[in-house]
Every structure is written in C-alpha cells, then in structure tokens.
Design a protein around this ligand. Structure first.
Ligand code: V07
Length: 254
C-alpha cells in the first residue's frame, strides 16, 4: 500500500508556475456529516463520531502516502460547546481513545502531532492526552497532524490583535512594523505553511469560522460524502481537482 496512492496521480508535467501541478503541502479538512451518517442508519450520533474516527485514521494514512506535509483536521469548534452535554463529554474523550489505539502507528510513521485551539475550556483529561501525544511525537520529522480542537478563527484573530496591541502599548512593538508576516506569527499556525487545499464533507458550502486568515489563497473542495464514508479515493479526487485548477495568486500565468 505504501506510495501506491501517489502512483495513481498522473506524472507531473513541466510547468512555468509552481503549485497547481503538485501535491498540496498543507490540506485542511472539515470532517462534517458524522451525525447525519448515524441518523441515516438509525444510530446514535456517537456512533457517527466513532465511524468518523475510522475515516480520520484512513485519511492520515493516505495523506502520509501522498507526501502531504501538514494535515489539519477540524475536530472540535468553539461553537460545538452548544451541543448536548452528553455529546460534548463523549467528544472530549475521543482524543484519548484515538491516541490510545493510534499513537503507536503515528510514531511508526514519523507523524508529529500538534494542536491549534484554545486550551482554556478543554477538560484536563483531554489536554493531558493531547499534550502527551505532542510531547512523544515532537522530534518526529514526517507529516504534521494538526488537530484544530476548541478552535474558532475569529477568536484566534482577536487574540492575535490583543497580544500585538498589548506589546505596542508597552512600547515593545512598533506598530509600523506590523505586516502580514508579523501578524501571522501570533496565530496558532504561525510556523505552518498556509493550507493549499480545504476539503469539506457532507454538502455544506461554508467555512464555519475555520482558518479564515490562513485559507486566503486556498483551493476549496466540497463533497456530499459524509465524513465517515470518506476514503483515500476522495482525498485523491480533491488533490486532482487542486492540480487542475489555476492557482495564480492573482498574478498572470504565462
Ligand atoms: C473527534 C472523530 C473524527 C470525526 C470528527 C468529530 C469526532 C480524533 C480526535 C483527536 C483530537 C486530538 C488529538 C487526537 C485525536 C478527535 C474530537 C473529535 C474532539 F490529539 N478524532 N476526534 N477529537 N472525532
């Protein structure tokens, strides 16, 4: 299976401009449709989340085989706290459950685990599981697996503004030196390349407060497939669409 997915992609044609003929460096995914997948089967929503974990496992493997450098997955949004408490409690146990079964494979595949999101508000047991995975994988040099957990993009941007304003007010930062690069350094994703490709499942055509700043130039790919049904073939279809599209960053592609 190793590298077999990558072989399914047609060989790279020589191209004057970079990017759109290549595998994206950073892929971000909104793993939507777990609840609907379960409802269609007369199962509780938790069964959908469980099946979603299987899809995540497959996608991590496929992304690694394809040579993707960073995979960011939206695991829990700041809006998700509005769900019934029992569902939230269940979701907050999934990091432990996932890592208990999958951390050995992540280690073996040289994957580095990271988190983007607010630590405040997350249960201690969830944070401990995530922190342990981050710590154990921190010297791995392969794909970065970035979990967006308790993440909201506007809050991330406002927090960055607050930090910058605080430093400026204390005379530690000259407002004249604030540019896009500098601003980016105050985001959770400071040291990551921007996503090249965003995938959203389950037929919703929205960003839902996910990586608003970082997705400025990303290609967006939507599918009706529910996340638990997402397979390597869907990731491949998204990447093929990405490679077909003209990514000129507003410039002229001669
Ligand atoms: C969650 C399973 C995947 C489908 C989408 C929603 C449910 C893996 C994690 C996770 C998070 C952090 C980490 C390791 C694993 C996770 C939540 C929900 C809250 F370090 N899946 N998964 N976290 N789902």
């Amino acid at each position: 299976m190793l590298f077999s997915l990558r072989r399914l992609l047609p060989a790279k044609k020589p191209q004057k401009t970079s990017h759109h003929n290549e595998v994206p460096r950073h892929v971000a995914i909104i793993m939507d449709g777990n609840g609907r997948w379960a409802a269609e089967r007369g199962l509780p929503r938790t069964a959908g989340h469980h099946a979603g974990m299987g899809a995540l496992r497959r996608t991590i493997r496929a992304a690694g085989e394809l040579g993707i450098e960073v995979l960011t997955v939206f695991a829990f949004s700041t809006e998700n706290w509005k769900r019934p408490k029992a569902e939230v409690d269940f979701l907050m146990r999934l990091p432990q459950e996932f890592l208990k079964t999958d951390l050995p494979e992540l280690m073996e595949k040289n994957v580095r685990v990271r988190m983007s999101g607010n630590r405040e508000g997350l249960p201690l047991h969830t944070l401990q599981a995530v922190d342990t995975a981050i710590e154990k994988t921190k010297t791995n040099t392969g794909m970065i697996l970035n979990f967006a957990l308790n993440y909201g993009s506007r809050a991330e941007i406002v927090a960055a503004v607050r930090k910058i304003a605080f430093l400026a007010a204390k005379g530690k930062l000259d407002p004249q030196t604030i540019d896009e690069n500098r601003f980016n350094q105050y985001l959770f994703t400071a040291d990551l390349p921007d996503p090249d490709l965003l995938i959203r499942c389950s037929g919703e055509i929205r960003l839902s407060n996910f990586l608003l700043w970082q997705l400025a130039y990303a290609e967006l790919w939507f599918t009706d497939v529910y996340w638990p049904d997402f397979k390597g073939e869907h990731l491949l279809a998204a990447i093929e669409a990405f490679r077909r599209r003209d990514r000129r960053f507003g410039g002229i592609n001669l």
